[in-house]
Design a protein around this ligand. Structure first.
Ligand code: GAL
Length: 796
């Protein structure tokens, strides 16, 4: 088996090199060996990892564990362990490959990656959220000899985060082969100095590798539209290593979240004999924007940023990046009307930004959650002094060519806000960012609205001030920070469990009530929070309130709701066994909570009519019925055919509501516009569960074939197909052919069954699984079983 694997690799690398591309990017995610033991001997090329596990990257070892109270990250870190892990990979290169330049690229390793190639130490990387490269060229072996990469990953110092980080090589790894004369991607900077529908320009700055010095050649710049038609082209001669030139373009379509039109720029390097030396390709979006004290404008039009904050985990996959899972998250957000994302509070995978370019999201790209002053004992503050400038440079150079990225945030709720070291640090970091990218504003997410006390704001260099929470202070901001653009960089922190409905919905409850309590004192025994939008952490408020406060103030460029999705860790307001957050508009499994439709009714033109709660209660019980809707004058509720009255939203309340004594049957709401019923929605009392419905979603979230996931949603239904909300059952996902279950989930924050388990109890009638085909060409089969109900699903 092992020798077959080696043969395959030899073939793979040889075939690629015989294609003689100037720059070959070789996917290096497959066939790694992995162990959770720790021994420095593992770095040696001669070591043989006999009992190690075979893994594919991206890989997060923490997510495979059972949740536990004992782990030092605590439930704030997801109640999962860290530890030390080793990865090894063997590969061969042919004699013909000699003379090329090789680097290995790691998209992200949490944490403290140390890399060896053939016993040679290639150094340590301390920032777990940034990509890094190592030059392999001097230490490679060619011909029959094996090359061995060994990586030690150390996430043993805990706690080191306020949320779940994951552990391991959790993003892509690539081997890059280049000719000695090549472009340096980190030094390549693409901007659009002129943008209009009539006349635009693309400026290309880049640097060639040292091998280019003293050589002469040509660089061809080409801009192509989506049909691959060349719309601008220019050839420049190079005689030193710097490239700085501009392409002029007529009539382009502007990029915006509604219409994310992208162009492709290629930079091709040829030598004097016309031999191709290198080529880089970038996506270009033509857009311009402007912040001022009146708000934000995109492409010349006022534009409200309708944003959410996201953490980086992908639910049951943990931190292991998967582009189709990220696309699913983003499209669920898109359908809700989101046009902006804040990457809280660290750099995300580069592929996430590719998706934002393509799908149309403006990204506030955030660097840090802490500076020199810690939030956790072992967090980045220990590396801050030595690394924060270099890391910031890496971040800006890595991401500045993404049209989606529209601002940089140098920090979130940084402790140095409250002491004067904040001034110098803010100035220093802002200067670094501006030098590398003068085209985007720099901000920070602040928590203090008293100018005298906020040293980060007082540094006077931030282009935009972001304020978290404290909406009741919003009106003070324009006077305190005259002329400075403002955004609500973080709001809400409302808490909900999908499908849970408690009475007492008419006032906002604060869980915990104040800083005096760590946890809620009168919470639910099953660690749930009602999904009527009326519970929030004491520093937050309901979704409706937070949105209304931003909506009515034009001077606020926009809102970033905490959060779009539930995430692992930070399960305020409960202690363990709660292990994931309650803040999401969508649960950890990707299933929307009801308030999703409040946003959709406010932020889109999609026809919305959403009724809550479910209709299974005790006879006579008083039930609060809510309805989110848009595009109508009023809504009317009917119980078993009887009208319970018409209602409409107000300027201050974004839902209609009724108090209804329960009676089983059918609850129906109709939407009335100009006196006519234009839409209706129904909730029926569900009977006994007799069947499951399995929906498989793939095509919409597909990206590149090989790593795409199939998302299976199981609904537990009665004989009429109504979802049964109160008789949950365990579902087994049993792959029969050609399929691997990557994770399962039901969105319940205190479910202690491992997220990697192939079994999952439905929660309020729903559960999901994420599955991946082993071989793309063949069809896959899976049996989904719940009690005696068995469904065989074939995935083409
Ligand atoms: C904010 C913080 C976020 C998250 C949130 C929870 O203050 O910036 O990272 O902790 O609170 O409500």
């Amino acid at each position: 088996m092992f020798s077959k694997f080696v043969c395959f690799l030899v073939l793979f690398v040889t075939v690629l090199s015989s294609m003689a591309q100037p720059r070959e990017v070789i996917n290096f995610n497959g066939d790694w060996s992995f162990t959770l033991e720790d021994d420095l001997q593992f770095r040696r090329a001669t070591f043989s990892p006999v009992n190690w596990k075979k893994v594919s990257l991206p890989h997060d070892w923490s997510i495979g564990f059972d949740f536990g109270e004992e782990y030092p990250a605590g439930n704030a870190g997801g109640a999962l362990p860290g530890g030390v892990g080793w990865y090894r990979k063997t590969f061969q290169l042919s004699e013909n490959d000699k003379g090329s330049h090789y680097t290995i690229y790691f998209g992200g390793v949490y944490r403290y990656a140390e890399v060896w190639l053939n016993d040679q130490y290639l150094g340590k990387n301390s920032n777990g959220y940034l990509s890094f490269e190592r030059d392999l060229t001097p230490y490679l072996r060619y011909g029959n000899e094996q090359n061995v990469i060994a990586v030690r990953v150390d996430n043993s110092m805990q706690p080191n985060s306020r949320w779940y980080t994951g552990s391991g090589i959790y993003r892509d790894v690539r081997l890059e082969k280049r000719a000695p004369v090549h472009l340096l991607p980190a030094e390549t900077y693409i901007t659009t100095p002129k943008v209009s529908t009539e006349k635009s320009s693309v400026r290309v700055q880049s640097v060639l590798s040292q091998a280019a010095s003293g050589k002469a050649g040509r660089v061809v710049l080409k801009l192509r539209d989506k049909n691959k038609m060349t719309i601008a082209e220019k050839t420049v001669l190079f005689s030193d290593s710097q490239i700085d030139d501009e392409l002029q373009v007529g009539g382009v379509t502007l990029w915006s979240p509604d219409n994310p039109t992208l162009y492709e720029l290629s930079i091709t390097v040829l030598d004097n004999t016309n031999k191709l030396l290198d080529e880089l390709k970038y996506k270009v979006g033509f857009r311009y924007f402007h912040f001022d004290e009146n708000g934000f404008a995109l492409n010349g039009e006022p534009f409200k940023l309708l944003g959410v904050c996201l953490h980086h985990d992908l639910g049951a996959l943990g931190a292991a990046f998967n582009k189709s899972a990220a696309k699913r998250q983003l499209l669920i957000m898109k359908d809700m009307g989101v046009n902006a994302i804040r990457t809280a509070h660290n750099p995300f995978a580069e592929e996430f930004l590719d998706l934002c370019d393509e799908l149309g999201f403006l990204v506030q790209n955030e660097a840090y959650d802490m500076w020199a002053k810690r939030k956790n004992k072992f967090d980045y503050h220990i590396d801050f002094k030595e690394h924060h400038i270099v890391d910031l440079i890496t971040l800006v150079k890595r991401d500045r060519n993404h049209p989606s990225v529209f601002m940089w945030s140098i920090g979130n709720e940084i402790r140095e806000q409250f002491d004067d070291t904040g001034i110098e640090l803010t100035k220093g970091m802002t200067e670094v960012v501006k030098k590398l990218d003068p085209t985007r504003p720099v901000t920070a997410a602040l928590t203090e609205t008293n100018y005298e006390k906020n040293f980060i704001a007082q540094a006077g260099v931030l282009d935009v001030l972001g304020f978290n929470y404290k909406y009741f202070d919003y009106d003070k901001l324009p006077t305190e920070f005259k002329g400075v653009p403002l955004i609500a960089s973080e709001t809400t922190s409302a808490l909900q469990t999908r499908g849970v409905y408690d009475a007492l919905h008419d006032t906002i409850q604060l869980w915990p009530a104040s800083s005096a309590d760590k946890f809620v004192t009168n919470g639910n025994p099953d660690f749930t929070v009602s999904a009527y939008d009326n519970v929030a952490a004491y520093w937050g408020t309901s979704h409706e309130r937070a949105w209304l406060e931003v909506k009515k103030r034009d001077f606020l460029g926009g809102i970033f709701v905490w959060t779009g999705f539930d995430y692992l860790g930070e399960p305020v307001p409960y202690p363990y066994p709660a292990r994931s957050s309650y803040y999401g508009i969508v649960d950890l499994a990707g299933l929307p909570k009801d308030v999703y439709y409040m946003y959709q009714s406010e932020w889109t033109d999609t026809e919305v009519l959403h009724l809550l709660p479910h209709w299974n209660w005790k006879e006579g019980e008083e039930v609060d019925v809510w309805c989110y809707y848009n595009n109508a004058d009023e809504v009317e509720l009917f119980l078993n055919g009887r009208s319970l009255g018409r209602r409409s939203k107000t300027d201050e309340v974004l839902h209609a509501s009724w108090n209804v004594p329960f009676e089983k049957g059918e609850l129906k709401v109709v939407k009335i516009k100009d006196g006519k019923v234009v839409q209706e929605a129904v909730k029926k009392t569900a009977g006994k569960p007799v069947d499951i419905v399995v929906d498989v979603e793939h095509d919409r979230y597909a990206v590149d074939g090989s790593t795409d996931l199939h998302f299976l949603t199981v609904s537990l239904v009665d004989k009429n197909g109504t979802i049964v909300p109160d008789s949950d059952v365990e579902v087994s996902f049993l792959p029969q052919e050609n399929l691997t279950i990557r994770g399962t989930d039901n969105g319940y924050q205190a479910d202690l069954n491992s997220l990697s388990s192939p079994k999952r109890k439905t929660y309020k009638g729903l559960a999901i699984a994420m599955a991946q085909k082993n071989s793309l060409e063949k069809e896959a089969k899976i049996i989904v079983k719940a009690n005696t109900i068995i469904k065989e699903i074939v995935i083409k």
